[in-house]
Design a binder for this molecule. Structure first.
Ligand SMILES: *[C@@H]1O[C@H](CO)[C@@H](O)[C@H](O)[C@H]1NC(C)=O
Ligand SMILES: *[C@@H]1O[C@H](CO)[C@@H](O)[C@H](O)[C@H]1NC(C)=O
Ligand SMILES: *[C@@H]1O[C@H](CO)[C@@H](O)[C@H](O)[C@H]1NC(C)=O
Ligand SMILES: *[C@@H]1O[C@H](CO)[C@@H](O)[C@H](O)[C@H]1NC(C)=O
Ligand SMILES: *[C@@H]1O[C@H](CO)[C@@H](O)[C@H](O)[C@H]1NC(C)=O
Ligand SMILES: *[C@@H]1O[C@H](CO)[C@@H](O)[C@H](O)[C@H]1NC(C)=O
Ligand SMILES: *[C@@H]1O[C@H](CO)[C@@H](O)[C@H](O)[C@H]1NC(C)=O
Ligand SMILES: *[C@@H]1O[C@H](CO)[C@@H](O)[C@H](O)[C@H]1NC(C)=O
Ligand SMILES: *[C@@H]1O[C@H](CO)[C@@H](O)[C@H](O)[C@H]1NC(C)=O
Ligand SMILES: *[C@@H]1O[C@H](CO)[C@@H](O)[C@H](O)[C@H]1NC(C)=O
Ligand SMILES: *[C@@H]1O[C@H](CO)[C@@H](O)[C@H](O)[C@H]1NC(C)=O
Ligand SMILES: *[C@@H]1O[C@H](CO)[C@@H](O)[C@H](O)[C@H]1NC(C)=O
Length: 498
């Protein structure tokens, strides 16, 4: 299933100085590093650094007071779940994006016992209308580590991307988030993927033959993390540097400083990525450069799970990338490099992503209408953020949608909520079939809010404090209209058939 295609993967230690150099110096829209739960910016030496938690209006800030914790991990934001609701709740960051931009999104979680509980909550991540993955940091937390997830998404909205955490049936305590990063990628990066149809979730990004620390910014200009992956016998260092400015996917040049090299005349077999994978479609990119001397080249064959990935690959000192934008994997993956003639195989770096279908968004008109309604209710229902209908199991509380060619809001129930004030203007929700507003304390007249709702079949407004006249148009065939008891209408026209 697509939702398990992106996994929890690599982790970093609490005391790692990872966050001290997080700077990409381009325009303000090309990177955004949010220190969730923080009320102040965390400066870095160049003055950019992490910003405080300003792109969300729900949730609660917490400070952790554990020793040696990096500042970014020492604050977090949590979101209240409600046991009395049967629908899942989502809580969304609304982040400014360039339209059509392709963003690397990285979320970081470190529980730290913020709620005095004994184990981290398990919950979901959503980007716009797309279910991304389940967040389960239990094992990492038990090992004293934070967890991060990375995905690549096209900015589908005109101005914003919504990155959300959401409660699910397995969520038994409040979900939270420690850090959220958005980095705009160049259009050429991962351009083998049809981002109109798919998003990518990182499984592994490895620098082979390296035993050093994670390679990242400034070596990687997009601050992608390249984790060391090696064994004791096949790691080799390079004897010269290469340039990667014209490489597909723009890998950092330093990943070519090391490689894993086969024993002469033998194949090189890598169990990589190390985790067992669910049966799904993946993007695989493998990076090679012959770093033994400027003149040398070597030819070998690449197999993935015994299927030929590339035959007679000729690798020289200038290096190359081989990728598949759709490759089926399942279980443990085995990458095998077999010698050609001449050639001892080697490999410098690799990336594997799960591909998952992106979810469509609700019709813009209905989104705007729902957002206006939210703004006009004094305390809107919990979890009213992100797309009102998508992902399909995560529509807003009280909202039901139709999922045909267009995704539209077809029913809205705000019944029994103690809402006060005037009924918000609902005229934009042209496809509304059911509207339940009974058992609140709405006041004012009802001439305006229900104009244009030609498809309405049920309209319940009893037990409010409504006044004025009832428009005769509401007494029409095919509309089940309930307005009494509990209102103070000045005149009630007789039903039309009397
Ligand atoms: C966390 O610590 C900061 C700085 O000490 C403080 O301003 C903020 O109010 C604290 N937040 C909470 C939720 O206690
Ligand atoms: C956790 O326990 C401490 C000490 O009893 C208390 O001050 C704090 O409010 C508790 N925090 C939460 C989120 O329950
Ligand atoms: C979360 O991960 C832990 C440890 O890997 C596992 O035991 C647990 O079943 C997982 N929880 C869920 C809800 O998947
Ligand atoms: C992807 O980017 C590379 C440059 O890195 C370019 O050569 C190639 O034509 C692009 N492919 C597509 C489909 O845009
Ligand atoms: C490669 O470049 C780095 C700095 O850019 C330098 O420290 C290193 O010595 C170079 N390696 C070789 C083999 O030239
Ligand atoms: C690949 O082939 C080897 C040797 O024939 C075999 O041991 C291994 O199980 C195969 N792996 C897969 C994933 O089919
Ligand atoms: C690889 O090259 C060798 C020698 O040029 C050739 O005999 C062989 O058929 C090629 N293999 C494939 C799979 O193309
Ligand atoms: C890959 O998986 C898809 C569905 O996940 C399937 O339709 C397709 O046939 C598979 N391709 C191969 C080569 O197994
Ligand atoms: C999104 O909409 C397009 C066109 O309406 C449709 O082909 C596609 O299947 C939809 N995607 C999903 C995930 O439902
Ligand atoms: C509405 O208000 C009453 C009285 O204050 C309270 O008992 C009830 O729980 C409230 N209902 C909801 C849904 O908030
Ligand atoms: C209600 O919304 C509709 C559609 O946007 C608009 O035409 C109408 O003027 C609004 N009515 C009021 C009273 O604001
Ligand atoms: C609604 O009307 C009742 C009875 O007229 C009154 O007691 C109550 O205070 C009103 N509520 C609001 C919110 O106006």
């Amino acid at each position: 299933m697509a939702r398990s295609a992106s996994l929890l993967f690599l982790v970093f230690l609490l005391s790692s100085p990872l966050y001290f150099v997080s700077v990409l110096c381009q325009s303000s829209l090309s990177r955004l590093f949010i220190d969730c739960g923080s009320t102040s910016n965390i400066p870095t030496p160049d003055g950019l650094g992490w910003i405080s938690d300003i792109y969300i209006d729900v949730g609660r800030n917490h400070n952790l007071t554990l020793p040696n914790l990096h500042p970014v991990l020492s604050t977090l934001r949590s979101f209240p779940i409600r046991s009395d609701l049967d629908s899942p709740l989502k809580f969304c960051y609304v982040l400014p994006t360039n339209p059509g931009g392709r963003y690397l999104v990285r979320t970081t979680y470190f529980y730290g016992g913020f709620d005095n509980g004994s184990a981290p909550p398990v919950f979901d991540q959503i980007v716009d209308g797309t279910f991304w993955t389940t967040v389960n940091t239990t094992a990492d937390y038990a090992a004293g580590m934070a967890s991060y997830y990375e995905g690549v998404f096209l900015a589908a909205g005109k101005k914003n991307m919504r990155v959300c955490v959401a409660a699910n049936t397995y969520t038994t305590s409040d979900p939270f988030i420690s850090a959220l990063e958005m980095i705009l990628l160049d259009d050429s990066v991962y351009n083998g993927t049809d981002f109109g149809k798919y998003a990518m979730g990182l499984i592994a990004r490895s620098s082979f033959g390296s035993a050093g620390s994670i390679i990242r910014y400034p070596d990687d200009r997009f601050d992608r993390y390249w984790q060391p992956f090696s064994d004791s016998t096949h790691a080799k260092s390079s004897t010269h540097n290469i340039t990667t400015a014209d490489f597909w996917n723009l890998p950092p040049a330093v990943v070519f400083n090391t490689a894993m090299v086969a024993d002469q005349g033998k194949p090189l077999v890598l169990l990589w990525p190390p985790n067992s994978l669910p049966d799904a479609i993946y993007y695989i990119a493998l990076y090679f450069a012959d770093t033994s001397s400027l003149q040398s080249t070597r030819t070998f064959n690449v197999f993935v799970n015994n299927y030929s990935f590339y035959s007679n690959l000729t690798v020289s000192s200038s290096g190359l990338v081989v990728f598949s934008n759709q490759w089926n994997l399942s279980g443990q993956t085995m990458v095998t490099l077999t010698p050609g003639s001449p050639g001892t195989p080697l490999i410098s770096a690799g990336e594997v992503f799960g591909l998952f279908l992106i979810g469509n968004l609700t019709v813009t008109r209905d989104v705007i209408a729902m957002e206006q309604i939210r703004e006009n209710i004094i305390s809107p229902p919990p979890g009213w953020s992100g797309d009102p209908c998508m992902p399909q199991d995560y529509s807003w509380v009280g909202v039901t949608c139709s999922y045909g060619l267009q995704i539209r809001v077809v029913s809205l129930s705000l019944a029994n909520n103690n809402f006060t004030g005037h009924i918000p203007n609902l005229s934009r929700l042209r496809n509304l079939e059911k509207l339940h507003l009974q058992d609140n304390q709405f006041t004012g007249t009802i001439t305006l809010p229900f104009a244009n709702l030609a498809k309405l079949q049920e309209l319940y407004i009893e037990n409010n404090n409504l006044t004025g006249e009832i428009p005769p148009s509401l007494f029409r065939d095919g509309l089940d209209f309930r307005y009494l008891p509990g209102n103070n209408f000045s005149s009630v026209p007789p039903p039309p058939n009397m």
